[in-house]
Design a protein around this ligand. Structure first.
Ligand code: PLP
Length: 425
């Protein structure tokens, strides 16, 4: 294959806006939207609009987008039925009141039909709201303090990765174990089990920057048994996996039911809503002992979006569509990876997948250099996948989008192969 090094994109307006933003917002943009979370100087920074599975940046470059808003876009951007339902609600009834509208009951009832552990729910706005509320509920229910955790759970004091501004006392009772490492959890629980309020974990392994991991046989069952043995509340953080792997999340896919679960991203196609749901006995601690409240939690725009999104997901068998086309897509990508043999690895499953590069012991920088070249070539070809986070498939990704992405991956790997093999030979 003749390997083309495509020209760098024109992202002048993005850079101009970013220069302005640095004077207005600390760091210019927040958290995982920073240019350093992509490849600086190559990826756009500001988005203008999106439709279906594609987005367009402020310079007019169009991309097939596999980041899907970091996960909430399960149908596609500007999904008319969802947006129309929200607009109708805003126009005809209103969505922000001093009291609650009936949609919380409808949504809570719906979740009991879909999510295996769901008996009662409380609705919040962000994933971090929900993970933090689940820990508070577990602590109130058990009258214990310690927490065992595995995975990313948001930006709040008890779990944020960067510890700046967080007193140690806020996380000193939180202990981490590695995904698929039952021994590590067993040892921690042997030591702290009688003080442990909650074990919170992503039931599917999606660690930052690293390959995705499915649960090894017996792993989730083993965690379930350990939680039961010590009387700790088991919380599955299904913020990414619910309404994506299955309607009822990884707990449905793998057949292990936690006491509580937190979800949000895929539920409302981009509108801000998150949920703690689970066994009534545990959830009732929230009503009896806790104050969980926010001005915006009851706003019904997101409840309406969630009800409509769930209706579409069920009516149109959306997840079957994603698994089916995603399965074919990943098979093709695996063949492309095998063909080029440059140390690229595909992990994950059809709805959530990641391309990483094998660490080379002799020179760890080489994998990083290959990765950066690969993702640079992809973005230049109009494919928005990123080096630090897995991709998602959404319903509106078309065969044309996927063919374009596969071709770009093929060409980008050919480029990496030629550049890096030349260097070593
Ligand atoms: C598994 C998981 N838990 C919690 C969160 C935090 O959610 P939010 O960013 O909405 O606060 C995220 C966000 O990416 C997540 O992926």
């Amino acid at each position: 294959m003749a390997v083309k090094n495509i020209e760098k994109l024109n992202i002048a307006k993005s850079l101009e806006l970013f220069d302005e933003a640095k004077k207005l917002v600390p760091g210019g943009v927040l958290g995982a939207r920073k240019p350093s979370d992509f490849i600086e100087g190559e990826y756009p920074i500001f988005i203008e609009h999106g439709k279906g599975g594609r987005i367009t940046d402020v310079d007019g470059n169009e991309y097939v987008d596999f980041l899907c808003g970091y996960g909430p876009i399960i149908l596609g951007y500007r999904e008319e039925e969802v947006d129309e339902a929200v607009i109708r609600q805003i126009r005809d009834k209103g969505f922000c009141f001093s009291l609650t509208q009936k949609y919380q009951n409808l949504l809570s009832k719906k979740l009991t039909e879909i999510v295996p552990c769901s008996e009662m729910s409380i609705f919040l706005k962000t994933g971090s709201d929900a993970t933090t509320a689940s820990i508070r509920i577990a602590r109130a229910y058990t009258n214990r303090i310690k927490v065992m955790r595995s995975g990313y759970h948001g930006w709040h004091d008890w779990c944020v990765e960067m510890k700046g501004g967080v007193p140690e006392k806020f996380y000193e009772d939180v202990h981490e174990f590695r995904y698929n490492n039952l021994t590590e959890l067993g040892e921690l629980m042997a030591r702290y089990g009688d003080q442990t309020a909650a074990i919170i974990m992503t039931p599917f392994g999606h660690p930052l920057h690293r390959k995705m991991e499915e649960p090894e046989p017996g792993f989730l069952q083993g965690v379930r048994e350990i939680a039961a043995k010590y009387g700790a509340v088991l919380v599955f953080d299904e913020i990414r996996t619910c309404f994506r792997l299955r309607m009822g999340g990884a707990q449905e896919l793998y057949g292990v039911t936690p006491d509580l679960t937190v979800l949000g991203k895929g539920m409302a196609n981009g509108y801000a809503i998150s949920v703690v749901t689970g066994k009534a006995e545990v959830m009732m601690a929230a009503a009896q002992k806790l104050f969980i409240s926010s001005t915006f939690f009851p706003n019904s725009d997101a409840y309406i979006a969630a009800l409509k999104t769930i209706e579409i997901l069920e009516r149109d068998n959306v997840l079957d569509n994603i698994w089916e086309k995603g399965g074919r897509f990943l098979k093709k990508i695996q063949e492309i990876i095998n063909k080029h043999d440059v140390g690229a690895e595909l992990s994950g499953v059809a709805p959530m997948f990641f391309i990483t590069f094998k660490r080379e012991e002799a020179d760890p920088r080489r994998a990083r250099a290959k990765r950066d070249d690969f993702y640079t070539q992809l973005i230049r070809r109009g494919v928005f996948l990123t080096p630090h986070h897995h991709g998602y498939l959404c319903y509106r990704h078309t065969e044309k989008d996927l063919d374009m992405a596969a071709k770009a991956i093929d060409e980008a790997l050919a480029y990496v192969n030629e550049k890096h093999q030349k260097k070593t030979s």
